[in-house]
Design a protein around this ligand. Structure first.
Ligand code: KE4
Length: 427
């Protein structure tokens, strides 16, 4: 594959953009080599500036559940743009998108649209603190909720030890309000709530972890967190930025039958344009400005182009059989990958939940962050580069998830499995 144009753009990018990118994971640091530059996308495939084509399993990190440049989404954006890009005045589509979200997420009476998952997480936590009058936040080790100061925190030495920042620029005082517990460990969470429950404003979790690779919740885990928070008066926040409209059309809360107090959404609800959202019961949401005292605002929140793209996406996704079709076809791929690994004797832990999946080069069951970090990241990097050279683009990190769309047809699956057969032999 030729990469001359990508290479020259990469040089230019590094002159003016930090690390050549606008989001760190795009720099391919975890897998080596330099990123390609996207020129266009169509359906399941993305084409780079040198004309190389790849079956795309990153799909802009989840949003493109209808694939690239779906005609209905393109038309919706074009139609909205022809009437004006932004007003900063209420528009009807903000109502219609919120109505659709609430129809699929009955744990929400009201929604606030924002511009990113990070903004939604940050705002939901402020609302939880404002509603409960408490300061402590419990987060789950390995879960990611955007670059929120108080959540870029690693576990303290003990379960009950307040966190320490994982990034410079975050005051110790911020981390001192965050406790971190392991994923899938209800006992650890129980210990925190027994010791500090009355000070805990909320626990925030990716109900299916997607940012340490993909790790589903163990049996009863989410239900257990629901009970703990109910007893202590803390709010349960499901960060469904990735899992919303992905692990089920109603997200993890539909799939596992657990209703959180606040839900965070993003990605799919914007159809590829910048959207985040958070919502919950009216008694909580009414604390938010302008109804209540908890302040949050945004110039481009509910932007007409983004709401149009989101509405077009959800309208197709909720059509009879569309979501199930994606899930069923993705199972053909994940089953095929697992079979190839078995045939070649390469230990591969594969997990699929709905229309998202992950795999670890690991010979143990991966149950939490500690297990995930035991995976063979060098082997993942080799896998990634070999598959990329064969025209298949998986996430440029072992600790990410991959996604499917309505556009990933049998031809895309066959191409991927053929490439995997050759790749696994080289690992
Ligand atoms: P954004 O601020 O990037 O829109 O959303 C942050 C976020 C919040 N919650 C969850 C569960 C998320 O997965 C994310 C963002 N996901 C990453 C992929 N692991 C986005 C890719 C990137 O950072 O460039």
């Amino acid at each position: 594959m030729k990469h001359d144009t990508s290479q020259s753009l990469w040089q230019a990018a590094n002159n003016v953009l930090v690390g050549g990118v606008n989001s760190p994971v795009r720099a391919f640091s975890a897998v080596g080599g330099d990123p390609f530059f996207a020129a266009s996308g169509s359906g399941a495939r993305v084409r780079d500036v040198d004309g190389n084509e790849y079956v795309d399993y990153v799909l802009s990190w989840g949003p493109l559940i209808l694939g690239h440049a779906h005609p209905d989404v393109v038309h919706a954006i074009h139609n909205a743009a022809s009437k004006g890009a932004s007003f900063g005045i209420p528009t009807e589509n903000e109502i219609r998108l919120a109505e659709k979200i609430i129809a699929h997420f009955p744990a929400m009476d009201k929604v606030r649209l924002v511009n990113s998952g990070t903004e939604a997480s940050m705002s939901a936590i402020r609302l939880a603190r404002g509603y409960t009058g408490r300061d402590l936040v419990v987060k789950i080790e390995g879960c990611y909720h955007g670059h929120v100061d108080g959540l870029l925190v690693k576990a303290g030495s003990g379960l009950l030890t307040l966190g320490t920042p994982t990034s410079p620029g975050i005051p110790e005082s911020y981390a001192q309000c965050t406790l971190t517990v392991p994923f899938n460990n209800l006992e650890a969470a129980r210990e925190v709530f027994e010791a500090r429950g009355e000070d805990v404003a909320c626990i925030i979790i990716e109900p299916v972890a997607g940012n340490m690779g993909l790790i589903p919740p163990g049996p009863g885990y989410l239900q257990g967190l629901r009970a703990l928070t109910k007893d202590s008066g803390a709010l349960l926040i499901f960060d469904e930025v990735m899992t919303g409209f992905r692990v089920a059309i109603g997200g993890a809360q539909m799939r596992y039958g657990v209703r959180p107090d606040l839900t965070i959404l993003g990605k799919v609800i914007g159809g590829g344009l910048p959207v985040g959202a958070y919502g919950g019961k009216a008694r909580i949401m009414e604390k938010l400005s302008p109804e209540g005292p908890v302040y949050q605002a945004g110039t481009l929140s509910g932007n007409p182009l983004a709401t149009a793209a989101g509405l077009a996406t959800l309208t197709i996704l909720e059509e009879e059989g569309v979501f199930d079709g994606i899930e069923e076809r993705m199972t053909v791929l994940t089953t095929g990958l697992h079979e190839i690994a078995l045939e070649t004797g390469i230990p591969l832990e594969v997990a699929q939940v709905g229309t998202m999946a992950g795999f670890f080069f690991n010979d143990h069951h991966v149950f939490d962050y500690n297990d995930a970090t035991q995976s063979d990241t060098d082997r993942y990097a080799k896998f990634f580069r070999s598959m990329l050279n064969a025209g298949v683009y998986f996430a440029p990190s072992q600790f990410e998830t991959f996604f499917f769309s309505t556009a990933h047809d049998q031809a895309a699956i066959d191409h991927t499995l053929d490439a995997a057969r050759k790749t696994f032999k080289s690992l």
